[in-house]
Design a binder for this molecule. Sequence first.
Ligand code: GRF
Length: 209
Amino acid sequence: IRIAVLASGSGTNLQAMLDAVDAGLLRHGTVVLVVSDKHDVPALRRAKQKGITAVALDKKQLKTARFESELLDLLSAYRIDLVVLAGFLTILGGNVVRQYPERILNIHPSLIPSFCGKGYYGRRVHEAALARGVKLSGATVHIVSDEADAGPILAQRALQVQDDDTPESLGKRILETIEWKLLPETVEHYCQLLEHEMNLNTALQAQRY
Ligand code: GRF
């Protein structure tokens, strides 16, 4: 399964996937393309270090329509089977999502349906969780639909919120103890499913002719 990872920032979830490939934990997929919506972000450097094509499509310069058409061109040029959003701050338009039905996954640092959707990103997610006084938070990997953070949930893991947590400490713990494991694991399972589906389709087609 040929994977494109879309990331806007530090790219530690991307790194976790690359490390999982090296460790043999992610075996049914390979990251062949990394795209960012900003120039010069660590995520792009992490990709280049591994010899993976890394492309910046500057959202501000390109405007939405061109950004999306250039992204779709890249995904098809690299024959991408699965897109993984790992800390990608642009919400993909319906146009992109419709071209890759059930082929785009996202990780969100809360227990969906809490603290998700438009406006809930980065530090704000954890601020909102602490302000509400929840005792559990965590991360969710889900399929992307045309509404932000609303697609089918594939995997979720929780941790205890501590009394002295700040948005930073909570975010860091969720990232390091949950996200770095949950994302590669879920992507591996999903790639296995996609591979079975593709093999089945090939077998069915062969019978028809
Ligand atoms: C993660 O918490 C992810 O869930 C969220 O943005 C953060 C990205 O971190 N969507 P990184 O770029 O993978 O280091």
